[in-house]
Design a protein around this ligand. Structure first.
Ligand SMILES: [Zn+2]
Length: 188
């Protein structure tokens, strides 16, 4: 009887002593559950934030090269000569081709004057026809200007230079041909 009642007593005393504990552990279980769901929520927020930032920067890089206004000109910087400025999408196929040719024949363009009037400006920003297409080369990056895209003379000069270059003319011959055709009479 004693043996029988002893386990009962132990059981009941254990139960009694353990009864409050399940309540307590139940309470701490729901706290842990809340913590776990809060952590899961934080993970989701972090993941969504990282994904959003990633998508935004990826799109930003794809569509927007660094573009800014420079006086009346729009400057756009690309990673290389092979990467053409996005502003050319607003212009004709001929204009896009002539921008590509201007980059290809850069060494010649640097020795040719532009006669659209841009070299007469007070600020002297344009020192050659080259500057009408490409404003700056730095650390392998190329800053294009839309100046020529809106200038018939800048475009026509390059069109002629391409033709003369294909004919095998020297830079001096090309410069003379351009001067003869485009140089205003008032400039001696
Ligand atoms: Zn010009």
């Amino acid at each position: 009887m004693n043996k029988h009642s002893d386990p009962n007593n132990v059981m009941s005393s254990e139960r009694k002593s353990t009864e409050p504990i399940p309540d307590g552990s139940g309470h701490s279980n729901s706290e842990a559950r809340q913590k776990r769901s809060a952590i899961r929520l934080l993970f989701i927020i972090a993941a969504v934030t990282i994904l959003t930032v990633f998508i935004l920067t990826a799109c930003g890089n794809a569509s927007n090269n660094s573009t800014h206004m420079h006086g009346s000109e729009t400057f756009e910087t690309t990673d290389s000569f092979d990467q053409r400025p996005a502003f050319l999408a607003d212009y004709s196929n001929l204009t896009r081709t002539l921008y590509a040719e201007a980059a290809n024949l850069g060494d010649i363009l640097k020795q040719i004057n532009c006669y659209c009037g841009c070299m007469d400006e007070e600020d002297k920003m344009h020192d050659s026809l080259y500057r009408c297409y490409i404003a700056e080369e730095k650390d392998g990056k190329v800053t294009w200007t839309d100046h020529s895209a809106g200038c018939g003379i800048c475009l026509e000069e390059v069109q002629d230079i391409v033709k003369l270059h294909k004919e095998g003319k020297s830079v001096d011959q090309i410069r003379k041909a351009i001067d003869d055709k485009f140089k205003p009479d008032r400039i001696s």
